[in-house]
Design a protein around this ligand. Structure first.
Ligand code: NAD
Ligand code: UFG
Length: 337
């Protein structure tokens, strides 16, 4: 039996595939390389000294999915494939609903046909919208995400809940990630966004490595301790460990399970800049601009449900996250290219 990882060439997916290989699982990857490079999977194979079966294909293509399920015995699917740029989703909403929602529908249909009914879905803290208080527990009602990307994640969550309600053979984990950062300790794989990074950590590390002049801080007038936005940054290695535990848990418990994957601590943009300066010994030039549309002031998790039910707790501190990010960026100033 093998584990199918959609989006396994991407940032989080590649770390996941490595962890699965190291844990002794056989892995099949489907990725259309729309936001990633084949090189990430090659490097994963080098580090693990084990190979994966790689398919360059699209999860919206039912015939393709049926052929993959027809060729392999799959025990569960870890579903990372999706588009994730908030700004792009505002400009091209149909592309996001097609890829993220229709893609997941096609995947679930193909799984049903193949009799594979264990699924771990990459959801996001964005489904909470802008809750009144912190930290955010899974019991907090989902809010109103402020953009099509966020709504596509919430829609998929609802679809998957309906699916499990209609057919008790399904076991589904909805993992709500907070802000994944960091890289594998080898410095050989990491986050390599195409174009200008949307997210804070890849942007700062490209400034430090000399690819960009200065960071733009989106707002210093939030009601937070230093006025800049506060987020719960979580090391990608802790995140993938949460997936392994969630995958094992749903194999014992059918139904839908929701777990936050965050550290439970928030850091501001200025905290991140200070940590980068300390870790790299380099300056981080920045300019202050207005708030970015759709941003919330603060967002951090109550991760106690994952601790109680999965025995999972994030182990890496902020310095680890920045050190590992920096090792990857310094060794690969131009990413995989
Ligand atoms: P990523 O873009 O690096 O990885 C996604 C991968 O999916 C890419 O390799 C891309 O080529 C592939 N893909 C996209 N559409 C596809 C399709 N139709 N068929 C096949 N492959 C396709 O992103 P990531 O940061 O690794 O995120 C993984 C998942 O986690 C995504 O679903 C994302 O929405 C979710 N997530 C990410 C974050 C974050 O901040 N990184 C936060 C919350 C949730
Ligand atoms: N920020 C800047 N300058 C930048 C980029 C970001 O000041 O160039 C600030 C933002 O305003 C925010 C903080 O840094 O205060 C973090 O921003 P990110 O873009 O790194 O992360 P977000 O919290 O906005 O969003 C991320 C993912 C979403 C996901 C969400 C919750 O991009 O897809 O985390 O999981 F939904």
């Amino acid at each position: 039996m093998a584990i199918l990882v959609t989006g396994g060439a991407g940032y989080i997916g590649s770390h996941m595939v490595l962890s699965l290989l190291v844990n002794g699982y056989d892995v099949i990857v489907i990725d259309n390389l729309s936001n990633s490079s084949r090189e990430s999977v090659r490097r994963v194979e080098q580090i693990a000294k084990k190979s994966v079966v790689f398919y360059d294909g699209d999860i919206r293509d039912r015939d393709f999915l049926d052929s993959v399920f027809g060729r392999h015995e799959v025990s569960e699917v870890l579903h990372f494939a999706g588009l994730k740029s908030v700004g792009e989703s505002v400009l091209e909403p149909l592309k996001y609903y097609d890829n993220n929602v229709s893609g997941t529908l096609a995947l679930c249909e193909a799984m049903n046909t193949a009799g594979v009914r264990r699924l771990v879905f990459s959801s996001s803290a964005t489904v909470y919208g802008d809750p009144a208080s912190m930290p955010i527990h899974e019991g907090v009602p989902t809010g109103q995400p402020t953009n099509p990307y966020g709504r596509s994640k919430l829609m998929v969550e609802e679809v998957l809940k309906d699916l499990a309600a209609a057919d008790s053979q399904w076991s589904i984990a909805l993992l709500r990630y907070f802000n994944p950062v960091g890289a594998h300790v080898s410095g050989k794989i990491g986050e390599d966004p195409f174009g200008i990074p949307n997210n804070l950590v890849p942007f700062i590390s490209q400034v430090v490595v000399g690819r960009r002049e200065a960071l733009t801080i989106y707002g210093n007038d939030y009601p937070t301790p230093d006025g800049t936005g506060v987020r719960d940054y979580i090391h990608v290695e802790d995140l993938v460990e949460g997936h392994v535990l969630a995958m094992r848990a749903i194999s014992r418990k059918p139904g839908v399970h929701v777990w936050n994957l965050g550290t439970g601590r928030g850091y501001s943009v200025l905290d991140m800049i200070e940590t980068f300066k300390k870790v790299t010994g380099k300056d981080v030039p920045y300019v202050i601009a207005g708030r970015r549309d759709g941003d919330v002031a603060e967002c951090w998790a109550d991760p106690s449900k994952a601790l109680d039910e999965l025995g999972w707790k994030a182990g890496h501190c902020l310095s680890d996250m920045v050190e590992d990010t920096w090792r990857w960026q310094k060794n690969n100033p131009n990413g995989y290219s």
